[in-house]
Design a protein around this ligand. Structure first.
Ligand code: MTE
Ligand code: LUZ
Ligand code: MOS
Length: 750
């Protein structure tokens, strides 16, 4: 089935926040934000801005009727700064004006005096100064300290990875319309409609039922709108409440880049111990997460770093600790992979380091340590249905790895100024929110009298194709044509108390809730048909909209059946619920079974480095991916391609840069480069691993949104191998992204 949005997208008919018609008299909100990364606000003079014709009013923390607080996990983040600022870009006030351009002009007229305080941008410095967002956590398995003596080889080092700007095409924004009795209707570009609703209710001092959040779709989120769509939604709602007027807040690109958090940069230490047979028998790591100035989702992201610290490898003795370090950057947030990539990168660095010292291929170490059924993760979950070895051997066979390696070797012998590098990257990613209580969802189905069907779920469409998958789930149960089914907007009055669309689990959670609607509806319809046809319910079947009795066509079709059911007063609506079974986690001992299942896969990356310029091109990425039984190969392959290229961008070219004063230097598309069609791999081949799929995945089709991003980590090591091939004096460094500048330095270092 094609993505139901394809036609609308190519015709420009799909509706995003900016396509919602605004009501006459709407006020536009522009955020005035801190020009300094840390300091005490001594004085703010709003008078010139206030007096600019067209400016309606300026809202500050003083206008907040209830709590000036938007922290989701910890209450440590004000909506508007009060007397201190903690990062450049921190919102201080919302200017409401007749037009956006007037509001922007007014912003320039605000005068602010800040007494500057010391700025920390480095997470290690923050840890030294005891600036932690919350206490560190440690996952432990076996006994590393007792194992070092048994190790034949031990290697230690550091591995850093930088942050990443989400660069969703649609920037953050919301539109609030006041309705009767203090009710506010809020359109928001958010992955978490309930988070926006709940926080707005808290700040405005009204119950949640007075705020209705509606989401049509997002022009991308990538995690950047899981938590950080909230402030703009709350500001629009607050503006509407105070000004008694519709209010729209939509960030300009540079405002968005400056004010919002990104993927967390990490600085990490590793120590890896191997046996003579190259088994990793001990692994220790310390992760310094650069959280920024407030918690946001950092606790959950840090936790996922620990969950994925050994990637696809079984290590019997593990001790990994993570620190969430408070710095004066915008609070960093969810980004595809959610801390997992940052953890996986470090063990891959440790393996590359070991292989380099031992003068062997890293593949040897990787291959020897892949998870098998019955192995234990450091957090106590026992590995079952492991596809680490099967995807590894499938990638070797299907893509003739040995021949590829030979080609690279020959090329490197024959070419002086161009060198190729090859790497293998296995992935293993846990599916479920690591916070068990978040793993449930609801869906609402109406069958209308004419036989058409309307579906609401808690899932937010952001390009990942979840709406199409929801249509497929319902169509497969009812056995009717997909054009009879409409996916409604995501709306908190139809589906309440939703978890955000995140953790790649949206189709699983909402799809299974939807199955719990469709199955009982179908049962009632079959009962109606069996009564009418005077047969047993089990003899009734519906196929392609026709009712069959013992495989014989009847005169009943879907429409007639629905009409009949309605006249017989059968309920044609269901409200289904689903909660992932089995999962649990005990933080007091850091053990449990947090994931419904894992997604596996392996990628080969081949790069050609221009050794005069330091530039590079990816010739090919060849992937064997564990889709389970994919319910939509077009959508799922698209997710693999998109995630892969986004991962390569993070590892190679996206260079997020703050200066020592905490100011974002890579603050526009001229200074922050993401992969375009020219820098994407010349070829991407994706093969599906043949498996039975997993019972806890929707229709046995495994979650696909985030895991393939981590194939991109292989890009770093492929480039590194090419640099090594050119310059034998190159000393391995793990400092992603591997930008052309760094490549050039590596090529010519002595
Ligand atoms: N694909 C597109 N096109 N746009 C996005 O914003 N977000 C990713 C992924 N794929 C994203 C995307 C992220 S971060 C997640 S968690 C999943 O989609 C969420 O959707 P799912 O749970 O339906 O996979
Ligand atoms: N969000 C979240 C996530 O709140 N918990 C998670 O475990 C998670 N994992 C991936 C992406 N977003
Ligand atoms: Mo994705 S980082 O879970 O929004």
């Amino acid at each position: 089935m094609k993505n139901i949005d394809s036609k609308g997208h190519v015709r420009g008919e799909s509706i995003y926040l900016d396509d919602i018609p605004v009501i006459t008299g709407t006020l536009y909100g522009v955020v005035f934000d801190s020009p300094k990364a840390h300091g005490k606000i001594k004085n703010i003079d709003y008078s010139k801005a206030q007096n600019l014709p067209g400016v309606e009013r300026i809202i500050t923390y003083k206008d907040v009727p209830s709590e000036n607080q938007i922290g989701g996990i910890f209450p440590d983040e004000p909506l508007f700064a009060e007397d201190e600022v903690h990062f450049c870009g921190q919102p201080i006030a919302l200017i409401l004006a007749e037009s956006e351009s007037i509001a922007r002009k007014a912003r320039k007229l605000i005068e602010i005096e800040i007494e500057e305080l010391p700025v920390i941008v480095d997470p290690r410095e923050a840890r030294e100064k005891d600036q932690l967002i919350f206490p560190p956590r440690t996952f432990n398995l076996g006994d590393t300290s007792a194992t070092w003596n048994d190790c034949e080889y031990i290697f230690e080092g550091v591995a850093d990875s930088n942050g990443q700007e989400h660069l969703y095409i649609e920037t953050q924004g919301a539109y609030a319309v006041p309705m009767e009795n203090g009710h506010i209707r809020l359109s928001s570009s958010t992955q978490g409609p309930t988070a926006v609703q709940k926080t707005a209710a808290k700040v405005l001092g009204i119950p949640m039922h007075k705020i209705e959040v509606d989401v049509v779709r997002l022009g991308g989120g990538f995690g950047g709108k899981e938590d950080q769509a909230t402030p703009w939604g709350v500001m629009a709602a607050l503006g509407a409440q105070i000004a008694k007027n519709p209010v729209k807040v939509a960030l300009h690109r540079m405002d968005d880049m400056r004010m919002t958090g990104k993927r967390h940069p990490y600085k990490s230490d590793y120590k890896i111990g191997l046996s003579k047979e190259l088994k990793i028998i001990a692994y220790e790591a310390t992760f310094h997460q650069n959280a920024g100035a407030a918690a946001d989702l950092s606790p959950a992201i840090m936790e996922r770093t620990l969950f994925h610290a050994t990637n696809s490898y079984f290590v019997p003795n593990v001790n990994v600790t993570a620190y969430s370090c408070k710095t004066n950057l915008p609070p960093n947030t969810a980004f595809r992979g959610f801390g997992g990539p940052q953890g996986m990168y470090v063990i891959e660095a440790a393996i590359a380091h070991a292989a380099n010292e031992l003068n062997i291929s890293p593949h040897k170490i990787q291959e020897k340590n892949l998870f098998k059924n019955g192995d234990e993760f450091s957090f106590g979950q026992v590995v079952d249905q492991a596809q680490a070895e099967s995807s590894w051997s499938a990638v070797k066979d299907k893509f003739a790895l040995e021949a590829l390696e030979k080609e690279v070797k020959t090329f490197n012998q024959e070419n002086k100024h161009f060198k190729k590098g090859l790497s293998l990257m296995p992935i293993c990613f846990g599916i479920s929110f690591t916070n068990t209580p978040m793993n449930h969802a609801r869906a609402l189905v109406h069958i209308y009298q004419d036989g058409s069907v309307g579906i609401s779920t808690g899932a937010v469409e952001m390009g990942q194709g979840v709406n199409t998958k929801m249509v497929q789930v319902a169509a497969d149960i009812f056995k009717i044509n997909t054009d009879k089914i409409k996916l409604e907007t995501t709306n908190t009055t139809r589906v309440a108390n939703t978890s955000p669309t995140a953790a790649s689990a949206t189709a699983d959670l909402n799809g299974k809730a939807l199955e719990n609607d469709c199955n009982p509806l179908l049962k009632r319809l079959k009962e109606t048909a069996s009564k009418h046809l005077d047969t047993v319910t089990s003899a009734i079947n519906i196929r392609e909209g026709i009712v069959y009795d013992n495989d014989e066509k009847t005169d009943l079709n879907w429409e007639k059946l629905i009409e009949m059911a309605f006249l017989e007063r059968v309920c044609l609506t269901e409200n289904g619920h689903y909660a992932t079974p089995l999962i649990h986690f005990d933080k007091t001992i850091e053990k449990g079974h947090p994931f419904a299942y894992h997604v596996y896969g392996t990628a080969i990356s081949i790069v050609t480095v221009d050794c005069i310029r330091g530039t590079y091109e990816f010739d090919a990425i060849k992937i064997v991916h564990d889709f389970g039984k994919s319910m939509n190969t077009a959508i799922d392959n698209g997710q693999v391609e998109g995630a892969l290229v986004q991962g390569i961008g993070w590892m190679t070219m996206e260079e997020l840069l703050y200066n020592d004063d905490g100011k974002l230097l890579s603050n526009a598309l001229s200074t922050y480069k993401i992969p375009d069609i020219y820098s994407a791999p010349k070829s991407i081949e994706i093969e599906a691993l043949t498996t039975e799929g997993h019972e806890l995945a929707i229709k046995k089709s495994k979650a696909v949104g985030e895991p393939p991003l981590m194939y991109g980590i292989g890009a770093y090591f492929a480039i590194q191998n090419a640099v090594k091939a050119f310059n034998p004096n190159y000393k391995l460094k793990f400092d992603a992204p591997f930008t052309p500048e760094k490549v050039l330095m590596g090529l010519y270092e002595r």
